[in-house]
Design a protein around this ligand. Structure first.
Ligand code: XIL
Length: 299
């Protein structure tokens, strides 16, 4: 096959990218994105501050620009993200307790209703665990509403759109030996045992010198899949874009039957949130990097 999306489809998987609405007027960007990818994540446009800038007043204009571009070009969409400590609108940042809990529920219901039946996977909760060795939940206004906020978010989401796969998404959870990975594993295991509706786990996979790729990523993916959830690589970028590491990540997904697909976090290096790390598959001029060929060959 000659594109990432078509190559991934040979094994029933997808190959996706983050799309930024502000770049949809750039024809170099859109032609690469349209040619190579068959899954789209809105880089910022479906986040809480974008979709509910004032409490109870939803705004889907930027989100729909990304969604419509994707669907008009035959792509599926991952929804990102419904409950998160970051990129909250000011009104939500200042809420706490039962008012915040209700606002989270109302937000999930409002956004999921707009896209009901249209989203392949939703990142229901993003980044709820702390970094480091504690294995604890991240301190946040949502966490302070009570430890059950995550399961409440998932139960709300299941009722709002029973057709979407519901995912928990996080970073620094790719290495099986990290405390954060183990904490996330314990949560997913508990959710499956108690019937909390969770369908998938997203591994952001922002690899760099501080949190490098380790070959035990495949073990991590296999162990989560064995709990009865799908897994996905949701925001892949790798500092310096070494071809061998990109190939290894691709092979790790392919080795795990329940790995749904891979999404890279942008198109060209200049589109990346970490452009100084040149972590993506395309050069600024739109040409393919060695990592691109390595991924295509591995698919
Ligand atoms: C990043 C975007 O790429 C940036 O444009 C924005 O300024 C901050 O958020 N984890 C996530 C993504 O789940 O939503 C983040 O995206 C990167 C880290």
């Amino acid at each position: 096959e000659s594109t990432l999306g078509a190559a991934a489809a040979q094994s029933g998987r997808y190959f996706g990218t983050a799309i930024a609405s502000g770049r949809l007027g750039d024809s170099t960007y859109t032609s690469i994105a349209n040619r190579e990818f068959n899954m789209v994540t809105a880089e910022n446009e479906m986040k809480i501050d974008a979709t509910e800038p004032q409490r109870g007043q939803f705004n889907f204009s930027a989100a729909d620009r990304v969604y419509n571009w994707a669907v008009q070009n035959g792509k599926q969409v991952r929804g990102h993200t419904l409950a998160w400590h970051s990129q909250q609108p000011g009104w939500m940042q200042s809420l706490s307790g039962s008012a915040l809990r209700q606002a989270m529920i109302d937000h999930i219901n409002g956004v999921m209703a707009h896209y009901k039946g249209k989203i392949a996977q939703w990142d229901v909760v993003n980044e709820a665990f702390a970094d480091g060795s504690s294995g604890a939940r991240r301190d946040s206004n949502l966490q302070r509403t009570g430890n059950d906020w995550i399961e409440v978010a998932f139960r709300t989401a299941r009722a709002a759109d029973p057709n979407a796969k519901l995912c928990y998404n996080d970073y620094n959870v790719e290495n099986w030996n990290w405390a954060k990975t183990q904490a996330m594993y314990a949560m997913v295991k508990d959710f499956k045992q108690r019937g909390v509706p969770i369908d998938c786990v997203g591994f952001q996979s922002h690899f760099n010198s501080g949190s490098p790729y380790d070959s035990n990523f495949r073990t991590t993916l296999q162990n989560f899949a064995a709990l009865g959830v799908d897994v996905a690589i949701t925001e892949l970028d790798i500092q310096g874009a070494p071809a061998s590491t990109y190939a290894n990540v691709t092979k790790d997904c392919l080795a795990v039957e329940r790995c749904l697909g891979i999404t890279v976090w942008g198109v060209r290096d200049s589109d990346s949130w970490r452009s100084e790390q040149t972590p993506l598959l395309f050069n600024n001029d739109g040409s393919k990097k060695p990592a691109y060929t390595a991924v295509l060959d591995a698919l």
